[in-house]
Design a protein around this ligand. Structure first.
Ligand code: KIV
Length: 274
């Protein structure tokens, strides 16, 4: 499958072909999702929670994002990779350009993702003007959950207009795609119809141009909590526990390793005088 580009992703929207995105944070998960045929990988700052065990994404740094991006790009060289700009890296247009440039040069990804709408319009524009493709992210923005009062659906009732204004601002700033997180389904359908750039939903219903899920959530690898919008396709965590339990039992019983797992090359004769 040919690697997607900002242009071919736009064509997918025009043709009504759904876009698939999933997070990956390391070489092995990236190579597996590429093998499965995913369109795009997100190196999300959710890694701070699902990989490093934190309670929020706030502590993720540009260095951490670059470290994981390098591994993902090595594992999935034929997949379009987007990396999150971490909290604090977009506090001014100049700072955002500096951090986005580092992520692109050192991480070797294809685009960066920036959380925020109207309030981040000048930041997104500066990064796009620096030649860096940007994916916007509006609705529930995990980096500002404290400000939003928790992990809550955004754009309910009269607040719908604010989320639409955010979407228009992100598109006007030059982003080539936008993530809509935890937005009422009717509203994200309307936004998807109004925008010319593709929308990728997470907890935003079925009317978006594509979907994104966190790898650990959809495969049963993270057990702290499960958002309502996740469908779990596998229970890999349970498989891992079962496999490790069998290994423990085999070692305790002396059933592992067998001869086929051991090395020869020394006879009793070789050892007799030792
Ligand atoms: O960091 C992340 O995984 C994300 C997704 C929730 C879209 O931003």
């Amino acid at each position: 499958m040919a690697k997607k580009t900002t242009l071919s992703l736009g064509t997918m929207k025009e043709n009504g072909e759904k876009i698939t995105m999933i997070t990956a944070y390391d070489y092995s998960s990236a190579s597996l999702v590429q093998k499965a045929g995913i369109d795009m990988i997100l190196v999300g700052d959710s890694l701070q929670m699902v990989m490093l065990g934190d309670t929020s994404t706030i502590a993720a740094t540009t260095d951490v994002m670059i470290h994981h991006t390098k591994a993902v790009v090595t594992g999935a060289p034929d997949t379009f990779v987007v990396t999150d700009m971490p909290f604090g890296s977009c506090s001014s247009p100049e700072k955002a350009v500096e951090h986005a440039t580092r992520i692109m040069k050192e991480g070797r990804c294809d685009a960066v993702k920036i959380e925020g709408g109207v309030n981040m319009k000048n930041v997104i524009k500066a990064v796009v003007d620096a030649g860096i493709p940007v994916v916007g992210h509006i609705g529930l923005t995990p980096q500002t959950t404290s400000k939003l009062g928790g992990f809550k659906v955004q754009g309910k009732g009269e607040a719908a207009g604010e989320v639409l204004a955010d979407a228009m601002a992100v598109q006007e700033a030059g982003a080539f795609m936008i993530v809509l997180e935890c937005v009422p389904a009717e509203l994200s359908s309307l936004i998807t119809k109004r925008l010319t750039i593709p929308t990728i939903g997470i907890g935003a219903g079925n009317g978006t141009d594509g979907q994104v899920l966190v790898y650990h959530d959809m495969l049963g690898l993270f057990d702290k909590f499960l958002p309502k919008f996740v469908r779990q396709y596998r229970q890999i965590g349970e498989e891992i526990v079962g496999g490790v339990q069998e290994y423990i039992a085999d070692v305790k019983a002396g059933a592992f390793p067998e001869e086929k797992h051991s090395f020869g090359g020394v006879t009793k004769e070789d050892l007799k005088d030792l």
